[in-house]
Each structure stands twice: as C-alpha cells, then as structure tokens.
Design a binder for this molecule. Structure first.
Ligand SMILES: Nc1ncnc2c1ncn2[C@@H]1O[C@H](COP(=O)(O)OP(=O)(O)OP(=O)(O)O)[C@@H](O)[C@H]1O
Length: 396
C-alpha cells in the first residue's frame, strides 16, 4: 500500500502551476508554543473548486484557513494567489479579495443587515447606489426578501437567516475566493441540510474558489469537490475526491476518520448508468404463467417484473404465485439511469424481491439492479482508486 506522504501530491501541485490558491510549505508556530500548529503544509486549490479541510479537533484546520487571508501570519513558507506571492502583501487589501464566513457569523450587532452586507463594498469606496443595489441583489441571492430583512438587526434573525446573511456579507464585493470555517456548524440538522443545498446551488452559478473547514466527514463528503484529511499539525493524510477517499482510504488514520459505512456512502457517487443491466425475466400482457416460469428457471431467478401494456413495471411476481394466486408484490419506487446506487440500495432493502427496478423514457422497464451489481460496482471503484494511487506512485 502506498503511504499518504507519497500520495498526497501530484507533480503539478508541487509547483503550484495554475492554482488559484497555492500554499508552499506554510507553517505556523504560535508565540510561546513549542509545537507548530501547522507544519510545512503544501496545498493547491484550483479555480472554482470547493476544497474541504477536515480532521480531528485541534489539528490546525482553522489556523490553516486563517493563514490564507493572513488573519494569522505564517511563520514559514509562501502563499500564492493566482500565482502572485501575497505572503507579504498588505493584509487589509488581501482580505477584501477574500470572503470569510465563520460559524459564529460575527455580524455587527448595532448595524442593520444591509449595513453588515455593505461592509467590504463600503471599505472599497463604492457609491451609495451601487452598494444598495448590491445589498438587494445579495439578500435575494441567499433567499432573504430585501424588503423584509434589509433594515432588521442581527438579533431579529433566526440562526439560519443569520448564517445566510453571513454568506451574503462574505460575497459583498464579489470576491473570487471564499474561506468558510464551519459556516453551518451551529445550526439544527434540517436547516443545516437546507443551507448546504442552497450553498451548493449558489456555487454552481458563482464558481468561487472555496476552502471550507468542518470536522464533520459527512458535510465534507457532501460539500467537497475534494477533501483534505488532516492529521496533527495540519499534515495532509490524504487529499482527493470524496469518492476516491471513500473507495480507497490510504491508511488507518483516514479509515478511522471516515468511519464505518464508507463503502455505502461511496454508492452516492455511483450512478445506475454505470451498470450494464443484465437481461431480466418479465411478465407482459398475454404471457402465460408457464412461459414465465420457464424464463425464471432458465435465468435462475425467483421473481419476474410484471409489465403493463406500455411496458411500464407494475409489480413483482414470485414463481410460487405463477398460475396460482397471481399475487404481486409492490414495486417500491423505480430509478432512472441518473439515479445513484445509494438510492438503488435504499429501494432494494425495502423491496420484497431484494432488487430495484430501472426505468427509461416514459417509465418503460429497462432492467433491474441486484445486490451483486452493487458489490461489483463498489469493487470496480476500489480497483480504479487503487490504480490511480499506484499510477501516482509510479510517476513520482
Ligand atoms: N491564538 C492561539 N495561540 C496559541 N495557540 C493556538 C491559538 N489558536 C490555536 N492554537 C492552537 O493551535 C492548534 C490548532 O488549532 P486550530 O484552531 O487551528 O485547530 P482546529 O483543527 O481548527 O480545531 P477545532 O476543530 O477544534 O476548531 C491547537 O493546538 C490550538 O490550541
């Protein structure tokens, strides 16, 4: 097995070529501390990517994030944005280019929501009309009615609304980089899920380059184009797409961190369209029970899919019911080829047949997904991920 230190960087990233954010052996030792909080961290974030930093409490995630906008000054190393060394640039100017969202939101309590959102545009000297237009636009973008909310104060908002304002404020001057430190951390699970979805929808339009800190691996899997799993002193243990990390954690530290159920979570990244659906016995209008029993015996199945006149699946029939009761078991939902294998598994475990039906155009029957198909797809993902790491090692 390759080790994390051998695998966490590819050749391009070592030089930072073309990255929006490039950290070059950045380190931070806090005054009075013997141990660095961040040690020799080299990391790249390509333009338009959400990179999630995840790791155990105290491993240095927040410090790393704050090094990027120099809220914390690095002790060693260089920070490059768009290829430009900003390690010694004016930090105030730098921060105007970079949006920053934190868990505690940090809204100014004595300023209205509109004034809060206008913070950076004001610093940049925008005129009143432009600021007002931008504030209205941003409130709408984050799903808050400007008429209702612009003139309220932070204490007059719910946690979820305040968090949306936090995002709007960070987007104030349209920065192309956003740093987000557990932005949805202190919110109830339902609102949190909604905010995550809204943010992903927003990002699909805005294409910001985002570094996002969380200690929650599920949030990392959901939000990240890539995830960097950090160990002590922000040492990278593995950095990759969520699907590859789930398919192939490089060591026990990463396995332990992503926890149980990683394989099942990995099914979220696999689509029904990646499967070759095998021929499956069906019972259409006019088929005799004997003929269907013959098909089942030949194919080695106990269940057939019953189809209506339009070849849409209407139920399952067991071989014992053929020619007898004719009783059918319901189909617990169907999937199209865009569905994920995670949904296929969910439907499978609810279905009496233990299989999931796939439909195509106009709901017509296309095939079924069986447990063995899921197992094969998982193994294929694992083999591909492993091959990727073997190639990286061979090329390093
Ligand atoms: N201002 C500071 N002065 C001294 N040490 C600090 C300071 N801020 C953080 N540290 C230390 O640096 C290390 C990394 O802290 P940091 O907040 O970056 O970790 P984290 O991974 O974000 O933690 P958490 O998930 O618990 O928020 C910790 O050991 C912490 O105690």
């Amino acid at each position: 097995m390759t080790t994390a230190s051998e695998t966490h960087l590819d050749k391009d990233s070592a030089s930072g070529g073309g990255s929006k954010i490039h950290l070059d052996r950045v380190g931070k030792t806090y005054p009075g501390s013997k141990v660095p909080a961040v040690e020799e961290l080299t990391l790249d974030v390509p333009e338009g990517e959400i990179l999630v930093l995840v790791g155990p409490s105290g491993c240095g995630k927040s410090t790393t994030l704050r090094l990027i906008n120099r809220m914390i000054e690095p002790s060693t190393g260089r920070i490059l944005l768009d290829g430009e060394d900003v390690t010694r640039a004016n930090p105030d100017k730098l921060r105007r280019r970079i949006g920053y969202v934190i868990q505690q939101i940090g809204l100014f309590p004595h300023q209205t929501i509109a004034q809060n959102i206008a913070t950076v545009p004001k610093m940049l000297g925008w005129d009143k009309t432009r600021i007002q237009e931008r504030t209205t636009e941003l409130l709408t973008t984050v799903g808050l009615d400007p008429e209702q909310f612009a003139h309220r104060y932070p204490r007059e908002l719910s946690g979820g609304q305040a968090q949306r304002v936090g995002v709007a404020r960070a987007l104030g001057a349209d920065p192309d980089i956003m740093l987000m430190d557990e932005p949805f951390g202190a919110i109830d699970p339902i609102t949190r899920d909604r905010l995550q979805n809204e943010f992903l929808r927003l990002q699909a339009e805005l294409h910001k380059t985002i570094v996002f800190v969380t200690h929650d691996i599920d949030e990392a899997i959901k939000m990240g184009d890539r995830i960097a799993i950090l160990g002590e002193r922000s040492m990278i243990r593995q950095v990759d797409t969520p699907e590859r990390i789930l398919a192939y954690p490089v060591d026990d530290f990463v396995s332990d961190f992503i926890g149980t159920g990683a394989t099942i979570k990995g099914l979220n990244f696999l689509k029904v369209s990646s499967l070759t659906l095998a021929d499956f016995p069906t019972m259409a209008d006019g088929d005799s029970p004997e003929a269907v029993r013959g098909k089942l015996q030949q194919a080695g199945y106990q269940w057939a899919v019953v189809l209506d006149a339009e070849r849409r699946p209407s139920g399952w029939i067991h071989q014992d019911a053929l020619g007898g009761s004719g009783e059918q078991a319901p189909i617990e939902g169907t999937l199209d080829s865009d569905g994920t294998l995670f949904h296929a598994l969910e439907q499978m475990v609810q279905s009496e047949s233990g299989m999931t039906v796939v439909t195509g155009a106009s709901g017509r029957f296309e095939g079924v997904v069986r447990m063995t198909d899921l197992a094969k797809a998982i193994r294929r993902a694992q083999v591909e991920a492993r091959r990727h790491y073997d190639d990286l090692e061979a090329n390093s």
